[in-house]
Design a protein around this ligand. Structure first.
Ligand SMILES: O=c1nc[nH]c2c1ncn2[C@H]1C[C@H](O)[C@@H](COP(=O)(O)OP(=O)(O)OP(=O)(O)O)O1
Ligand SMILES: [Mg+2]
Length: 202
């Protein structure tokens, strides 16, 4: 009876919880009118560990805080030469060492390939186990190019593009980004449970 549970529970719009205004901006652009949601700015404490577990734990905390359905996400930047690090810790590496420091981490390696990973977690309420949806974009780490107003965008150049995320128009980034790919799965989930009409802004 999972489907019925979902429909009964989602009588309220989902609250997307994040402390990052740039994330929220992209989520709004990508979702459009497809899923009814509201947002709340909260900087939730984050577990250490694997991306899925970090994201799920964030959702549990958020659902407890809100007392209703929540959506959160955790974003990682993973270097293949470093077996996936800095991964979920990229925020702290970026803050302490900047774009140059992140490039320097790879100086000893020929392999500059990396991937951006976004793990969304949906918790239908405080008593529900969160469900995760991941999206991944392959690319490489390059010296910073483009406007530096969102995280590590200037040093990530996706496969198949001559531009870094920071050099692209938002629309272009949103077509191929880790966040877009994860949100496509979130949307599918909502359509499957008839919570959002498939004819919505896809
Ligand atoms: O598309 C992106 N392009 C460039 N940089 C990005 C992107 N998405 C997240 N970022 C940055 C923000 C933070 O430095 C780290 C992820 O950390 P993460 O914990 O997921 O984000 P956060 O703490 O800023 O917001 P939240 O309150 O949702 O946890 O990578
Ligand atoms: Mg965070």
């Amino acid at each position: 009876m999972a489907a019925m549970k979902v429909q009964m529970t989602l009588t309220k719009p989902v609250t997307f919880v994040t402390g990052n205004a740039k994330k929220l901006e992209e989520v709004k652009m990508i979702l459009g009118q497809s899923i009814p949601f509201q947002s709340l700015k909260l900087d939730l404490p984050e577990l250490q560990g694997e991306p899925e577990d970090i994201s799920k734990e964030k959702a549990r905390l958020a659902a407890k805080e809100i007392g209703g359905p929540v959506l959160v996400e955790d974003t990682c930047l993973c270097f293949n030469a470093l077996n996936g690090l800095p991964g979920p810790y990229v925020k702290w590496f970026l803050m302490k060492t900047g774009h140059e420091g992140l490039n320097n981490l790879l100086a000893a390696y020929e392999d500059k390939t990396a991937y951006a990973l976004c793990v969304f977690s949906l918790a239908l309420g405080p008593d529900f186990e969160p469900i995760t949806f991941s999206g991944r974009t392959e690319g490489k780490i390059v010296p910073a190019r483009g406007s530096g107003n969102f995280g590590w965008d200037p040093i990530f150049q996706p496969v198949g593009s001559d531009f870094t995320f920071a050099e692209m128009l938002k629309d272009e980034k949103n077509k191929i980004s880790h966040r877009r790919r994860a949100l496509d799965k979130v949307k599918e989930y909502f359509y499957d449970f008839n919570y959002a009409p498939r004819s919505g802004n896809v």
